[in-house]
Write a new protein. Sequence first.
Length: 287
Amino acid sequence: MVDVQTYPDPNASGPIPTPGGPLSYIHWGPVIAGAVLAAAVWSVLMAFASAVGLMIVSPSPTWRDTSAWLAILSGFWIIVVTVGSYALGGYLAGRVRSTWRADPDEVEFRDGAHGLLVWALGVVLSVALLWATAATFTAANNATSTPRESAGAPSFLAYELDRLFRSERRVEPVPSELRAEASRILMKGVGRQELPSEDRAHLNRVVASTTGLPPADAERRVVQVLAEARNSAAQARRSAVILGFAAAAALAVAAAAAWFAAGVGGRHRDSEFAPPLRFGRTVLRPV
């Protein structure tokens, strides 16, 4: 009995066997590679933006210097970087995954699905990187924070409290309990509602008794500090809204960019298009 070796029909539909290539519907290798690439590029470019002062990530001590134009520029950077990073990751996934013999629309859909998976996995990786960075920053900030800030007011209100209790007569520092109480009143005052009259009167008495100022001068100081803190908080809220909208828009557009970039990568794969990696080629001649 003679064994007959059969070969796959080159015109049949289905996966095309390639050396080491997966034959399942979802090729997780290219998806993971594209997601890691997208998250890495996104993290590097975001770190660059933070280094040059484009990013506003929290009400830090520099929150008073934020402006609407800086927030808009930062939001534009977020959109460009996010869309470009996930488009690159989607293109890589579509370009390197194994091809299929099927209807062109079906092939394009499968490539796009891989790009969408790159976007989903890349978002998870980016959020994990942000969480790890924020946790490290918070731990370092807590380790270097002064006892007055940790026991009293939050750090972003420290300047307002210093102004509120500034006095030339007082030698000893203000007790942390008093600063904490004043900070809670200020936090309520910088909200969208006006500070209740009884809280304002109580803060006036605390400032007058602590600093030695006359009641009228203490009231003027409280009014001035509250107005400046409220303006700074409103400016920070506007910046946060702009950045939040830009981040959401960037993620939505990045999903579409990853889908279409994966389709472009799939078309380049099937047409065996090899983009030039350098302008000229060096020809080696025998000596």
